[in-house]
Design a protein around this ligand. Sequence first.
Ligand SMILES: [Ca+2]
Length: 316
Amino acid sequence: MTRRPLLKLLHKPRPPLTLSSVALGVLLCLPAQAATPVRSQPSSPLIKVSLSQPAPAPTAPKSAVPNPAPSGPVTSSGIPMLIPKVISRFPHDPDAFTEGFELVGSTLFESTGLVGQSSIRRTNLQSGEVLQSRVPPSSKVFSEGLTVMGEVAYQLTWQDGLVYLYDAQNLRSLGQLRYRGEGWGLTNDGKSLIMSDGSDTLYWRDPLSFAVTKKLRVTAAGAGIDKLNELEYLDGFVYANIWLSNKIARIDPLSGKVTAWIDVSNLAREAQAAAAKSGRELGFDDVPNGIAHNAAKGTLLLTGKRWPLVFEVKLP
Ligand SMILES: [Ca+2]
């Protein structure tokens, strides 16, 4: 089989992504490992320790508020600081080390990380009930960001260089594609996948080949913003959790500039209190990580790693 059918698919106006088109893309790309090399951010020793082994005695304060964001309507750099208003709270699996979070219709798709605990799951938003959960094809991988595009759910892995593809309806495996570098967050704008790798760069990728089609450095007041983690695309902006902080960046996908910060310190404190009330304590890496757009209501669903709650919020 030649690559001509794939090229044809890539160079004509693309119909909605279907299982058959993706299956073709996977089939054609697997032997070639077609994804373009990407810049890899040096791994943080902290994440290496905390994610690949049972948690050691923490070297950072055991707080879900490790790096409180400044409060107030505008930061010193002139970028607005938005405080979300909580309108609903829903239960969330306190064992879920959330790495990917997206709402499709009324179903929450979630990807959980850690080696041996990784999964892709469909859950009921209202009850928090896990409707279906599937472990990765390899038990050795660490799952990361997730997004659903058309009929296909994509799930990154942290340092395994694999993105898994699933039928979004039933989580049936559709195969895998390869990439170089780390995988952190994933979302899509309806045409391209958008990925973070822990650096200050976002990568647009082709949904059929996973090849990089665009790179964009994210900056605030001229300075690069790294540790971009879980992502969500909505209303023409990319929203990104910043790892080990209580800040979400709202990013202009044309300029890469942060146009607003969202301070979720209050949510982190409430999640920590709720966890403590149930006899659990959030660790230093149980940070905000999970942004899902509820388009029907014009709200955001926010959660964090091992948080017992999902917050539905409105932005001012
Ligand atoms: Ca998301």
